[in-house]
Design a protein. Structure first.
Length: 464
């Protein structure tokens, strides 16, 4: 047993430290596996804020890199320990501490699994909208650290819209509480939202206070079958331009529908080249009105079919299938690279057209799906073989996809964060001056540079 492991066991107990080779191997990466990485030297699984504080203070004193980790379900390489050190796994801090119906707020520990939190608040007829596709495993702390989104972002926004306050262990081991459980709070700098989206580079989020909403009375699913991707994207823009904001509006290509049909009951007839899965929610009268407004919009654009799904079991099967799309692709592809680009919604038709052109020209198999209602598209590079030539084509496709998104006034990430995956592109979107400000903030809060080093901006810049 090495000195590091012994010290950590003395700090937080033997049962809360993992240092066996198989343990270390399993913490090398998040849901991405294709980045250069290094096994951590130890993994800790604290059960309290005090234990987190003790570990962070020890790492600071000894200048050991420390990488916070939620469920490891991220898609940006954000919790990949590229310099070894300590991975701090927060999943044992999984208590829901308070759900306040009178104030419409909740406070939880960072390791609460999002799906469990959804179930807990819904039992009280309350609603927490953020819903990443990994919600059955991802944690609230991880969601906050990456500003995670999900299909309901079109109407309700992303995680950052619901964070009211945080408990955070800073890089020296001290603990601060930011924000408030009040609806209004205007005191000093907004550290809550500086730390939201900081991807573990400024501290360890240990508790989260969120706002809640009343649970919508009902919802309705609509499936629109389109002749082409262009027609589908124009339909999205037309619905939004008409002032209708669905709870969810997902763009699904024909190729994905064929695979998703194993979950859909009854299966969809995959005649159209593109599909829109739309969910309306709210009061029954509101849903009725919006349904009747959507129908003529779709018919005016000459879509192949528009169907309002009245059977609850059938409707649920569509959303289950959508949530299974990523693991479905992984089941028969050797490698997939999921992009996360957001463009203004009126630019969606042009963006999807450019994606198809890039895919054809570079001879790269690309799946194009995403949260079309908020302009967040996930072009996914699908690789049936892994070799140098295929990797080079994939890298070129990614570069061109990102450039197209930026050219249209978009963003390099809508919900996955930057991590390693997008670090080389952050200057292109924000400019060097903003990135220099990020670095200055990082140096102030984390002068020893121990917190999740090498993330958000490139390693070369990080050492500059």
């Amino acid at each position: 047993m090495n000195t590091l492991t012994k010290d950590l066991e003395q700090l937080i107990g033997r049962d809360n430290v993992a240092a066996e080779p198989e343990d270390l191997l399993s913490y090398q990466a998040d849901a991405t596996f294709y980045f250069a990485r290094k096994k951590p030297d130890a993994v800790v699984l604290p059960t309290s804020t005090q234990a987190v504080s003790d570990v962070v203070a020890y790492a600071s004193k000894n200048e050991i890199p420390l990488v916070p980790r939620g469920a490891g379900s991220g898609l940006s390489g954000g919790c990949t320990p590229i310099r070894g050190g300590i991975v701090l796994d927060t999943k044992r801090m999984n208590r829901i501490l308070d759900i306040n119906q009178g104030n419409l707020t909740a406070t939880t520990e960072c390791g609460v699994v999002l799906a469990n939190f959804h179930r807990a608040v819904e039992k009280l007829n309350l609603y927490y909208p953020p819903d990443p596709q990994s919600m059955t495993v991802c944690t609230l702390g991880g969601n906050v650290a990456t500003r995670a989104g999900g299909p309901h972002g079109v109407k309700y926004g992303t995680t950052s819209n619901y964070v009211l306050g945080l408990e955070v262990v800073l890089p020296d081991g001290s603990v601060i509480n930011t924000g408030s459980s009040c609806v209004k709070h205007s005191v000093g700098y907004d550290l809550t939202h500086l730390l939201t989206g900081s991807e573990g580079t400024l501290g360890v989020i240990t508790k989260v206070t969120t706002r809640l909403l009343p649970r919508p009375q009902s919802d309705r699913t609509i499936v629109v079958t389109c002749k082409s991707p262009a027609q589908a994207s124009k339909t999205v823009s037309a619905i939004i331009a008409a002032g209708i904001v669905p709870a969810v509006m997902e763009y699904i290509p024909q190729s994905a529908i064929r695979g998703m049909n194993q979950y859909i009951t009854p299966p969809l007839i995959a005649e159209g080249e593109a599909f829109l899965f739309i969910k309306l929610d709210g009061l029954d009268v509101q849903i009725d009105q919006e349904s009747e407004r959507i129908r003529p919009i779709c018919l005016d654009l000459d879509v192949m079919d528009i169907r309002i799904v009245t059977n609850r079991k059938e409707a649920d099967s569509y959303w289950l299938a959508r949530s299974k799309l990523q693991p479905l692709l992984l089941s028969f592809m050797k490698k997939i690279i999921t992009e996360d680009i957001t463009v203004p919604r009126d630019k969606l038709p042009e963006f999807i057209g450019l994606l198809s052109e890039i895919s054809d020209r570079l001879d790269v198999l690309t799946g194009i799906a995403g949260h079309a209602g908020d302009g967040n598209i996930h072009p996914t590079i699908l690789m049936m073989e892994i070799n140098e030539n295929e990797n080079q084509k994939a890298e070129q496709a990614i570069r061109e996809i990102i450039q197209c998104g930026l050219h249209l006034g978009g963003s390099i990430s809508g919900e996955h964060g930057i991590g390693l995956h997008k670090s080389e592109y952050i200057v292109e979107e924000l400019g060097q001056r903003q990135v220099d400000l990020f670095k200055a903030i990082k140096r102030t809060i984390d002068p020893k540079g121990i917190m999740n080093p090498g993330k958000i901006w490139t390693e070369e810049e990080n050492n500059a």
